[in-house]
Design a protein around this ligand. Sequence first.
Ligand code: P1T
Length: 379
Amino acid sequence: MGFSTIAIHAGNEPDPTTGAVSVPIYQTSTYAQEGLGKHKGFEYARTQNPTRMALEKNIAALEGARFGFAFASGMSAIDAVLKLVKAGEHVILSDNTYGGTFRLFDRVLSNYGVEFDLVDTTDVSNVDKAFKKNTKMVFVETPTNPIMAITDLRAVSEVAHYHGAKVVCDNTFMSPYLQRPMEFGVDIVVHSTTKYLNGHSDSVGGFVALNDEEDAKWIGFIQNSVGAILSPFDSFLVLRGTKTLALRMERHDANGRAVASFLAEHPKVEKVYYPGLPSHPQHELAKRQQRGFGGMISFETGSLEKAKIVLENVRLCTLAESLGGVETLICHPATMTHASVPKEKREKLGITDGLVRISVGIEDVEDIIEDLERALSKL
Ligand code: P1T
C-alpha cells in the first residue's frame, strides 16, 4: 500500500460500537469492568486509550515500525528512549540538535549518570572514533535543527551495530513522508508530533517508533510508569493531521525549494542552509536518503541587528518558536530554540546571532517570498 493509503487507513478502523468513520475522542479516565479481572482490555486510561492506540498504530505504520508509543511532547518521547540507557552507560549525540535535546542530556540525564559526547555525526569516522566500551546508543538528528546538517543514516547504523549500539534518529524535520530512517538500519525513530505530523500548530506531542520487541516492552512500561502520555484529544488531532501528511509535505517541500532559491540569490543574505540547494555540502546524500528537502531553511544575515530587522519587518511570516505547521513561522535560534546551548558551542556550529530560521508553510509561495523580500529590503 502507498504512503497516503496507510496514512488514511492505518489505525483508522470504523469505531466498533457505532461505526463512526472518524476515530472518536475517548475522553475517559477509566473503564467499567464486568467483574473482578473481567474487562474489554481497557482498565485505566494512562495505560490504554483507544484514540491514542489508533494513533500509535497509524504513525508506527508510517515509519514502517512494528511498535509505536505516543507521548505528551517530543521531549518526553526522547526522555523515554533515553531510559533504555542506564547510569554509567554512554551515548554519542549529534553536536547540533534541537536545544531542548541538548539541555535534556546536559542538565538532566547527566545527573543520573548517563554519559554523553557531542560528536559531528555528519562524518561517520567521527562516530566510529567516539565509541567507548560503555557506549550503548548513537542519537542523531538529521537534518539538524537549525543548521540542516545531514547524517548518513546507513553508514552510522553500520558503525553503531558493529560496536553493538542502537541508533536513534529524531525524524521531526522530515516526517516519515520525506525520510524513513528504519529503511537505512536505524533502530528507533522519535518525533515531536507538535511539528509536521500534527501540522496545524495546535497540539504538543511526541512519538517513539521501533521494531525490537524487548525495547518496545520497556518503552511501553516507561510510558505507563512515568505517565507522560498523549491525551485523547491531542491523539485525535494528530490522527487527523497525518491523513494529509503527504499532501502537506509535498507543498512544504515545493515552497521550501522556492524560498531557498530566492534567499540564495538575494544580495543581503550571506549564507543559506538548505539541503535542497546544490551548494549544500551534503546535497547528494540528502537526495539519496530523503524523498525531498522539506520546508526548513536557515540563513545568515550577518549580525543580531540585521536578524532583528528581518524578524521585525515580516508581516505574513509569524515570529514564533516551533515549526511544521501550515503557516510560515520565522525565528531566531540563538535567543529562542537554542538559547540553552552555550554561546561558544552555538557559534562553533554556525548558530550565530545573525542566523534566522524559517519553517516555510503551505501558503501561496509568492506571498511568502514577497514578505521576505520586503523585510530584507530594510537591511
Ligand atoms: O516541543 P516538543 O514537542 O517537546 O519537541 C521537542 C523537539 C524535538 N526534536 C526536534 C528536532 C525539535 O525541533 C523539537 C522542538 N523544536 C522546537 C520547538 C523548535 O522551534 O525548534
